[in-house]
Design a protein around this ligand. Structure first.
Ligand SMILES: [Zn+2]
Length: 77
């Protein structure tokens, strides 16, 4: 697993604040996740990202989108 650092602001937050969000898998993610489910493969799901408390709520609301769609929204000011 990746260390819990917010993927929007790079904040290294304390455990319990913020959290991991799974976005909807796009085609590439589906292939990668299928591979991760094979025995012997370990890795971080490509559609899972850490968010600090500040960004978690916003990200959670759009977790029904793929990461590309979600990030284009989250990175807007
Ligand atoms: Zn953040």
């Amino acid at each position: 697993m990746m260390p819990p650092i917010c993927c929007i602001c790079d904040e290294d937050f304390e455990p319990g604040k913020g959290g991991l969000i799974y976005f909807v898998e796009d085609e590439e993610d589906k292939i990668a996740n299928q591979r991760l489910r094979q025995p012997g493969f370990v890795g971080h799901p490509p559609n899972a990202f850490w968010f600090c408390a500040k960004h978690y709520t916003k990200a959670k609301k759009i977790s029904h989108l793929t990461k590309h769609e979600a990030f284009s929204i989250l990175k807007q000011k």
